[in-house]
Design a protein around this ligand. Structure first.
Ligand code: ZN
Ligand code: MN
Length: 478
């Protein structure tokens, strides 16, 4: 058995989150009655003329900038010719060439610092969808035909060398797209589709092996499993003295295995040529610089800043960076002079839990950044303990009342005075003489029960550390 090195290229298609299609005014939406969002342009009827969607072009350029690409200041659309029933025009409008795509020669940085080279980011249009009909026939739904589609392709030769990196790349890329608002990232609805190509070569050799491409992967998990499966399948074939074909393979989710679909077309088969119906796109520096300056801080940079400036762990930072709204909410609270660690703790525990149960996003809830700042301060100053903090949060979440007001109204401030606590300790010990005997007989573990009883008497408001200390003192007094 030889040792092999894998090379994995990633081709990602992302449907852009525009309101209308790429070259017509038909709306973009998921699902619905087939063939209800179509017109002569996206059906490719003779005589119809396409008009490019400016917003889609801008989304691709913004993505290209986020991926550290060069921008093609002059860029054209090509026709990619092939026949398939889901492609009404008989060609797909796409972008061909090395430096013609809107973005080219960039990179994406993984959390571990490794850079994955990006070869191109280009703009094209989606195809329709073939579907099986209840009567056993087949139909085509053209609602998706002409939806703006961005294709992002990694460098050749590839930088990704295993299934874990392939998944990490996709996770990170998806986060950036969602962050920029250019794609909803819904893999289960096909908004984001990934086709990895995989080849292996014996360790110590340079020439890349024959690659296979996997189609129809619709989750991070299937990308990871699919790449792993292909690496193993190819190694087994080579070890057995077999030859690999350059082919496109499907992924069977249920069996977790791939199957041959077709021998891969070469680029020449597509007969690319510039689309004569579409004028070239020409940009000036001011336009591109304007877009560059308006770029939001991206998730990886934010994560690094949260760790550096706020002392958060990478795990905590990443939880705050699940989506842009959550991150902005957190930053607003910190800007109000809140304690970052305390606010983070509230956000990833109580707040996240309540939002999840209610099916709301932070801004849709009754909680504002000011609520978090107040509650974090109440906890940090020991004005209330963490148990009361949960109650206060639940009440604020329900009614929108401010934590300070809830604490005052319900007299929830923590009691730190020895007087009332000692009184309760004495009462509890007197009422539990048998337990006290057991303690004095050496079963010191029963102290916890007594502490709980005292806390109950104090309705959760007694300072827990003080209660523990006073219970011990009282028990040790003979
Ligand atoms: Zn249309
Ligand atoms: Mn494509």
């Amino acid at each position: 058995m030889a040792n092999y090195v894998a090379s994995i290229g990633m081709e990602v298609h992302a449907e852009l989150a525009t309101r209308s299609k790429m070259f017509c005014r038909c709306p973009v939406a998921f699902g619905g009655e087939p063939n209800t969002r179509v017109c002569p342009v996206c059906l490719g009827l003779p005589g119809s003329l396409p008009v490019p969607n400016r917003q889609a072009i801008e989304m691709v350029i913004r993505t290209a900038l986020a991926l550290n690409c060069k921008i093609a200041m002059h860029s054209v659309f090509h026709r990619k010719n092939y026949f398939y029933p889901d492609l009404p025009k008989g060609y797909q409008v796409s972008q061909y060439g090395e430096t013609n795509p809107l973005g080219y020669h960039g990179w994406l940085e993984l959390a571990n610092g490794k850079r994955i080279g990006i070869r191109r980011v280009h703009l094209e249009e989606d195809t329709g969808k073939l579907m099986h009909l209840p009567n056993g026939g087949a139909g085509v739904d053209y609602n998706r035909a002409g939806v703006p589609l961005m294709e992002i392709v990694t460098d050749f030769p590839p930088d990704i060398t295993n299934e874990e990196e392939a998944k990490d790349y996709l996770v990170e890329l998806r986060q950036i797209l969602v962050w920029l608002g250019v794609c909803d990232g819904k893999m289960e609805e096909g908004s984001l589709r990934c086709e990895p190509n995989i080849s292996i070569r014996p360790e110590g050799t340079e020439t890349l092996g024959t690659k296979s491409e996997l189609k129809n992967l619709n989750s991070f998990r299937s990308v990871q499993l699919g790449v792993q499966f292909e690496i193993r399948r190819q190694a087994a074939t080579l070890d057995a003295g077999g030859t690999l074909l350059q082919e496109t393979r499907g992924w069977n989710e249920a069996n977790e295995s791939s199957y041959a679909m077709r021998i891969k077309e070469t680029e020449n088969d597509y007969r690319y040529f510039p689309d004569p119906d579409l004028i070239p796109m020409v940009f000036d520096d001011a336009y591109i610089e304007g877009l560059r300056n308006a770029m939001p801080e991206l998730p990886l940079a934010k994560s690094q800043r949260y760790q550096r400036d706020f002392g958060l762990s990478i795990k905590d930072a990443e939880r705050l960076l699940q989506d842009r709204e959550t991150a902005e909410f957190f930053e607003e609270a910190v800007a109000m002079k809140g304690d970052p660690k305390g606010i983070c703790n509230l956000m990833i525990s109580e707040f996240a839990k309540q939002l999840n149960e209610a099916g709301l996003s932070p801004r849709q809830s009754n909680i504002s950044p000011a609520h978090l700042v107040q509650l974090a301060n109440l906890l940090a100053s020991d004005t209330i303990n963490s148990k009361v903090g949960k109650e206060v949060f639940a009440e604020a979440f329900k009614s929108g009342a401010m934590p300070d007001a809830i604490v005052d109204e319900r007299s929830l401030r923590q009691i730190d005075d020895h007087g009332p606590i000692v009184e309760s300790v004495k009462a509890v010990l007197a009422a539990n003489a048998e337990v006290v005997e057991r303690y004095r007989g050496g079963q010191t573990g029963v102290a916890g029960f007594l502490v709980g009883q005292v806390m109950k008497m104090g309705q959760g408001r007694f300072n827990p550390q003080l209660v523990q200390q006073l219970v011990r003192e009282e028990l040790e007094r003979t």
